[in-house]
Design a protein around this ligand. Sequence first.
Ligand code: SF4
Length: 311
Amino acid sequence: MNSPTTFPTKAEQKVQFENNKLEKRLCRQVGEAIGDYNMIEDGDKVMVCLSGGKDSYAMLDILLKLRERAPIHFDIVAVNLDQKQPGFPEQVLPAYLTELGVPFHIETQNTYSIVTRVIEEGKTTCGLCSRLRRGILYRVADELGATKIALGHHRDDILETFLLNLFYGGKLKAMPPKLVSDVKKHVVIRPLAYVQEKDLERYAQIKQFPIIPCNLCGSQENLQRQAMKTMLNEWDKKFTGRVENMFAAMSSVVPSHLLDGKLFDFKGLTVDTEVEQGDVAFDEEPCGTNSTEPLELNDLNTIRPQTIQFV
Ligand code: SF4
């Protein structure tokens, strides 16, 4: 006897719809980032760095999906660096990747013992640890013949880095979506550059990735970065669009309206120089009008002179 067919309930259909929407959004955002920065080209061999965290699992999953429909051919090889941190479950990633059918390489290097030997107890170990990891990953990329190295940093990592540099480093600087290593041999890409962390969290739950905890090394979480994350999350809840605007601002830089003489020739500026956005910035004071348009003469008549600030 045939078993009775069960149909999904309305609630289940809604969940499925939302999950599909999330997957489509992630694929679109990763596809856009790859296109905008020409991250992957025909014939590339992309080394996808897997830590066992939600971000790198999602990156691999989405890159595999995009590859199926890409008009170009590229290869993917997943790489995990087993740093011999205590309690690292070394079977988890090989089992997952074998089942997925993705070529992979596990590089075992006991950087944990180096870091704990060299760095005084209580001091942060992340600086040395990441330097060692970077060197190893570059070498492995060479050995595997990888042409691109993909890292799983996302939009929120980029924004946090931007704020850290702004508040503590005195620099307008974030985390680039694509960069070349100092030895000019490796191209590093961040395909998740446009993706929000909360989407990655939800995607990891839906996909039930076998997450490996990220606190095995015992290093204290970077407290300043955590503070930036908390601030961004609070802004996201309280002020609609603020975080999106901050992120958009990073790809809409106007050097003539900053103060860096290396980016804009202020010394050579004359009345004949073409300047992007001209003097519109004078009218865009937070305490003036909210308009994004330049002020009309009529508007000027209604504003008391002291409210126009030339800064
Ligand atoms: S958190 Fe641990 S594994 Fe990660 S960079 Fe710092 S020391 Fe290395």
